[in-house]
Design a protein around this ligand. Structure first.
Ligand SMILES: [Zn+2]
Length: 690
């Protein structure tokens, strides 16, 4: 292990050096590019897998749910470490409305009585096991309901349509759904819309259990007695403190009455294991479930209703708890106001060795390695902010309140936000807004993957280029991108496993199965650090809006295809969007050419560069609209939002998409015109700086 670690570290330098010489660097003058390559190489060298092992083990020693003394210990220890790295670090605290499980009871009451368990069995090596929170859904209302059960597959709208065809109504029933395909809050919301009385969510073995492979502790997959905890906050409506949408939860902010909070569910819900779902499913009568409803348990699934009956008795209390973000700042010397932010959440459902001690450790390690460079006299040109967000698991609490508190400054000065949520693994993944595609792709060529190839080569596999994801919601980039219009991206590593939000997301899982040697941790930390360094130091910001314009144009084409294939879709003329996106693309290409010409020499006029950078910094903001997208005023970005029926996955052109499907021509016209105006403003901004 030690030998291979050393090799990877040596390869890093070799790679950085060779590819560096061969390549011009977007946005850097030749002289500055040479310097930058040195900084990147010594930064990468300073990122140590051994150090990350000890950081990860420390932070994931005990369960550390938001608001608990254990989480306070994690926060305080991170703060002390960042200071010991020589960074200027402090806490940013909020008081947030949070749920706590008092007693969680789930029973099958018919055809026979059987109590479900709400916690995994303790395995050797699990410290402070009594602090593992019972499996429950954060922000579920309390409730005591008994009803016949209906099995509704993943709980997607199309699953209810299938049930309808089978003549099965879920009104007044308890819906049993499996995890996967959509965010769990969406499952509860869709069940609520269909009149269900309560929801039980289980993890089917076909999705992350024995069907996939050996289960923990023999392998990484989910055992029969493990359950997935999680928040069911309606975060596509708004995330953060349910009582302070759009405002920070600090003293003086007026709180909503909880009954006014529209991001809270009205029916009780809770998760169970497949060991406990099995007898409920097996006893179900009614029609046989369609093929795509069948899971991995060894019998034919039926949909019910009944004779299975279940009783949910959920005693869930609500109170206000402190949520503490850890923020470290490395002040830029040339443009101190401009900020590149790198963050990951520090809280976890249980031990959280993967989710998200791994990502948080990667952020911390960037701080340690940059601290080393600072001591040698190095400084970034722009300010780099490192953030450990608290309360992400309950509803992106710490990041959302931070974004709302510093909205004015971030809107003016944030260059980009980079998120890390899960870096324990062997498979690289990245995504973000299209303007960052080239930067991410370029950077991936200089960072070694655990496989020994560059990240770029491992990531693209047999394709010519890797494919990048787009951001929906479910992690801390949401407030930055969707609310404020800050270019967002996410970088991570993953491996197949079923530990998600269970008591077995622990050190053993990470070290034996997900990320032996912490090599995924190391590569992710290096990759994110390189991205941050490029954004912080570039003479001309490497944000390519010509790529963004092309992507928007392709989205418009997709909407037109929907119009053609669905006669009920709103038939509003979308060609003005093509024209506006085309003009933005042309203006952006000209701006990029100007920036490239200016940075081709070693002393570009700083006035012209500042003008270009100001335009580049502004453009993503121009894609937002102050009124927000239809019925979701908190979500202001007009190109990306989380889907109402997906939650995690991105919905593109959200102002138009739902209204188009619903045949609402008036709304489509309104949002078409708003977006056309935004695209024109962006084009004009680019032209004015060229
Ligand atoms: Zn997470």
């Amino acid at each position: 292990m030690r030998h291979s670690l050393a090799c990877v570290s040596a390869c890093a330098l070799a790679l950085a050096a060779t590819t560096g010489v061969a390549q011009a660097q977007d946005g850097f003058t030749p002289q500055h590019a040479a310097q930058q390559r040195q900084f990147e190489a010594s930064f990468q060298e300073g990122v140590s897998a051994d150090d990350m092992r000890s950081l990860n083990r420390g932070f994931s020693r005990r369960p550390h749910l938001v608001g608990t003394p254990n989480q306070r210990r994690v926060v305080d220890s991170a703060l002390a470490k960042l200071k010991s790295y020589g960074l200027d670090a402090s806490l940013q605290s909020y008081d947030i409305y949070i749920s706590r499980p008092e007693s969680i009871q789930v029973s099958m009451t018919k055809p026979y009585l059987r109590r479900a368990s709400n916690k995994e069995p303790k395995l050797p090596g699990m410290e402070d096991y009594e602090d593992v929170v019972p499996a429950y859904n954060a922000y579920s209302p309390p409730g005591d309901v008994t009803a016949p059960v209906v099995y509704a597959n993943y709980g997607l709208p199309e699953d209810y349509a299938k049930l309808d065809q089978l003549g099965v109504d879920v009104k007044g029933k308890i819906v049993l759904v499996r995890y996967g395909q959509s965010f769990r809050g969406v499952k509860v919301h869709v069940a609520e819309q269909h009149g269900a009385k309560g929801v039980i969510i289980y993890s089917d073995p076909k999705d992350d259990g024995f069907v996939r492979g050996p289960v923990f502790p023999d392998g990484p997959w989910r055992p029969a007695d493990s359950m997935q905890r999680g928040s069911i906050q309606y975060l596509w409506d708004y995330p953060g403190d349910p009582l302070t949408p759009d405002k920070p939860s600090i003293p003086g902010t007026k709180r909503l009455d909880p009954s006014q909070a529209t991001d809270l569910a009205k029916i009780p819900s809770t998760p169970i294991s497949y060991g406990d779902a099995q007898p409920m499913l097996q006893a179900l009568g009614g029609p046989e479930a369609p093929d795509n409803f069948q899971g991995g348990l060894p019998f034919k699934y039926h949909v019910g209703p009944g004779p299975t009956e279940a009783h949910l008795n959920l005693d869930i209390a609500y109170d206000t708890e402190p949520v503490n973000d850890v923020i470290a700042t490395i002040r830029g010397t040339k443009h101190p106001d401009q900020k590149v932010i790198v963050g990951g959440h520090s809280d976890a459902w249980t031990y959280g060795a993967n989710d998200n001690v791994s990502g948080f450790t990667a952020v911390m390690e960037i701080g340690r390695s940059l601290g080393r460079l600072l001591r040698k006299g190095w400084h970034p040109d722009r300010t780099i902010v490192l953030a450990g967000w608290d309360g992400e698991e309950y509803g992106l609490l710490g990041s959302t309140e931070y974004g709302e508190q510093f909205a004015k400054d971030l809107t003016k000065n944030a260059v980009s936000y980079l998120n890390m949520d899960g870096v324990a693994g062997r498979r690289f993944g990245a995504g973000g807004v299209p303007s960052l595609d080239k930067l991410i792709t370029d950077a991936s060529k200089t960072v070694p993957d655990p496989s020994g190839k560059s990240i770029f080569d491992a990531w693209r596999g047999n394709d010519a280029a890797p494919s990048l994801g787009r951001l929906g919601s479910g992690s801390d980039y949401t407030v930055f991108l969707d609310h404020l219009g800050v270019p967002g991206m996410e970088v991570g590593y993953s491996s197949g496993g079923g530990e998600y939000h269970s008591a077995y997301d622990n050190t053993e899982q990470v070290e034996r199965f997900l990320d032996p040697g912490y090599l995924g941790h190391q590569a992710a930390s290096r990759m994110s650090g390189v991205l941050a360094l490029r954004l912080a130091n570039a003479d001309a910001l490497p944000l390519r809006y010509s790529d963004y314009a092309k992507q928007v144009d392709a989205y418009v084409t997709e909407l037109q295809q929907i119009q053609q294939s669905n006669p009920n879709a709103a038939q509003v003329d979308l060609t003005p969007l093509h024209e506006a996106a085309g003009a933005w693309g042309t203006a952006s290409t000209a701006l990029e050419a100007k920036a490239a010409a200016l940075t081709a020499g070693d002393s570009p006029p700083s006035g012209q560069l500042n003008k270009i950078n100001k335009a580049l910094l502004e453009e993503e903001r121009l894609l937002t609209t102050p009124q927000g997208i239809p019925d979701r005023p908190w979500f202001r970005h007009q190109v990306y939002a989380p889907g109402i029926n997906t939650g995690y996955a991105a919905q593109f052109l959200p102002g138009l998409r739902d209204a188009l499907d619903a045949g609402d021509a008036a709304t489509v016209t309104t949002y078409r015109d708003l977006l056309v105006q935004s695209l024109r403003n962006a084009a004009n901004t680019a032209s004015a700086a060229t």
